[in-house]
Design a protein around this ligand. Structure first.
Ligand code: FCB
Length: 477
């Protein structure tokens, strides 16, 4: 090596944006989006099976009956993860695989599938991270009223205890609920997601019971086995007012309240924000909150999962909504009590979902959580970009936009860590293309392309880029 070359290499390495040695480099998926095999192994029906069967509910009439066949191809998928060099993998358990009707003893066939998956991961040196609820409620529980009913929270805690009992010996990291905002408001207010109900007051009850379910589940799991690390995964957004006008400032307060503070205050401070309680009073929000509930919800967490995708810029003044809707069918607002708020575009670049690309927003969210909530280890449990990837004639998938998105967001993570935020890991959404809820298969988020006709997996350029990033322990300066 010449002296000049050596100098150059040194400069390059010292300019590396590096991450802590024990940083978790992961990818995330969820059961319903990848498993398929909906009628195998004794699995019961979930609200998403019913939703997929509802005409007009999912774009193109797509269903997840086969999804990407992960139920049968899990070993191949774990091998792919190993090739990428992931040291952690976040996936969810399908509640109706474990308790087909949402109550009663666990079905061993369901648990056995996850035992096999976990063992495969451990053998490959990949740490399993389990999410207990990623939106696939057993249909039998929805038939009894679903999340707006308090009983669903109690049933969830029972299921959590069963799953933890069976897998807690080999899985250390557990997330209870994924994105309770989506489960409550898209499921029960706007009806864009299963079960497709449009009952704003019921959505508020659902949000409370999802949180209560979290608290009860943590207690039930800790009561049976120690040594696990448990916490929720919430979807947080950076929020900006469209202008300094009082109506816009109020819109930002409201949306930040519904989207972020409602969940963070309850989970980490054991209370609901006062201003939000006022906004929601006309819906009878506090009526179903019983004494002691907030104490249960505010149970100590060992970790907090943050899913981050974008920023919302909002206005409280009348005008045209310019930001793409969250799903193709969002005729009704999920913003209970703040239906007048408009989501406006700042004209910045967006992903294939129409979501503005804003890595600074991620730094903002991380800094805010670190500043306003008790010190709890943080993990980015989802972050990624959906595009309509198309393979080149030679079969390769060049997703430079995704690489740019991930690169910028990882740099935001590095800046947060440097500023003292206890961020310990990053899971990109998603390992592979999959069933994107109401969007069906029209949006691809994977590092790995899936040819849905043959189920062939093709690592995209972003997969190679991520593998290199992991190997290097960071990004070039
Ligand atoms: C999140 C969900 C995840 C996936 C991504 C794109 O809201 O948790 O399942 O759909 O969005």
């Amino acid at each position: 090596m010449t002296a000049a070359h050596e100098r150059q290499t040194q400069t390059r390495e010292s300019a590396l944006v590096s991450f802590p040695q024990d940083f978790r480099w992961g990818a995330a998926t969820s059961a319903y989006q990848i498993e398929g095999a909906v009628d195998e192994g004794g699995r019961g029906r979930s609200i998403w099976d019913t939703f997929c069967d509802t005409p007009g509910a999912v774009l193109g009439g797509d269903t997840a009956a086969e999804a990407v066949d992960h139920y049968h191809r899990y070993a191949e998928d774990v091998a792919l993860m190993a090739e990428l060099g992931l040291n952690a993998y976040r996936f969810s358990l399908s509640w109706p695989r474990i308790q087909p009707s949402g109550t009663g003893p666990a079905d061993q066939r369901g648990l056995d599938f996850y035992r096999r998956l976990v063992d495969e991961l451990l053998q490959a040196g990949i740490e399993p991270w389990i999410t207990l609820y990623h939106w696939d409620l057993p249909q039998a529980l929805e038939d009894k009223g679903g999340w707006p009913e308090r009983d669903t929270a109690l049933r969830f805690a029972e299921y959590a205890a069963l799953a933890h009992e069976a897998l807690g010996d080999r899985v250390r990291n557990w997330m209870t609920i994924n994105e309770p905002w989506c489960a409550a408001y898209l499921g029960y207010a706007s009806g864009e997601h299963a079960p497709g109900r449009r009952e704003p007051a019921a959505a508020l009850r659902a949000a409370h019971h999802l949180l209560l379910g979290h608290g009860l589940a943590v207690q039930a799991m800790r009561g049976r086995r120690s040594g696990s690390r448990i916490g929720p995964a919430v979807n947080l957004y950076a929020i900006s007012p469209a202008s300094e006008a009082p109506e816009d400032l109020d819109a930002a307060r409201r949306i930040d309240g519904l989207q972020n503070r409602f969940f963070l205050d309850a989970l980490l401070h054991g209370r609901y924000p006062e201003d939000l309680l006022e906004d929601l009073a006309p819906f009878g929000f506090a009526d179903h909150v019983r004494d002691g509930d907030l104490q249960t919800i505010g149970v100590r967490n060992d970790l907090l999962g943050i899913n981050y995708y974008t920023r919302h810029t909002v206005s409280g003044r009348p005008g045209e909504a310019t930001q793409a809707a969250s799903s193709p069918f969002s005729a009704v607002s999920p913003w209970v009590g703040s239906e007048h708020v408009r989501f406006v575009s700042r004209g910045r670049p967006v992903t294939g979902m129409g979501w503005e690309i804003d890595p600074d927003g991620l730094l903002e969210v991380l800094s805010r959580v670190h500043r306003d909530y008790p010190a709890v280890p943080l993990y980015i449990t989802e972050n990624g970009a959906g595009y309509d990837d198309v393979p080149d004639p030679d079969g390769s998938v060049r997703d430079d936009d995704r690489i740019a998105y991930l690169d910028a967001h990882l740099r935001a993570c590095a800046r947060a860590i440097e500023a003292g935020v206890p961020l310990r890991g990053y899971f990109t959404w998603s390992l592979m293309d999959n069933f994107e809820w109401a969007w069906g298969y029209s949006k691809r988020f994977g590092l790995v392309y899936v040819d849905y006709a043959t189920q062939r997996r093709i690592p995209k350029a972003s997969a190679r880029w991520y593998a290199q990033t992991i190997r290097r322990g960071g990004l070039p300066g």
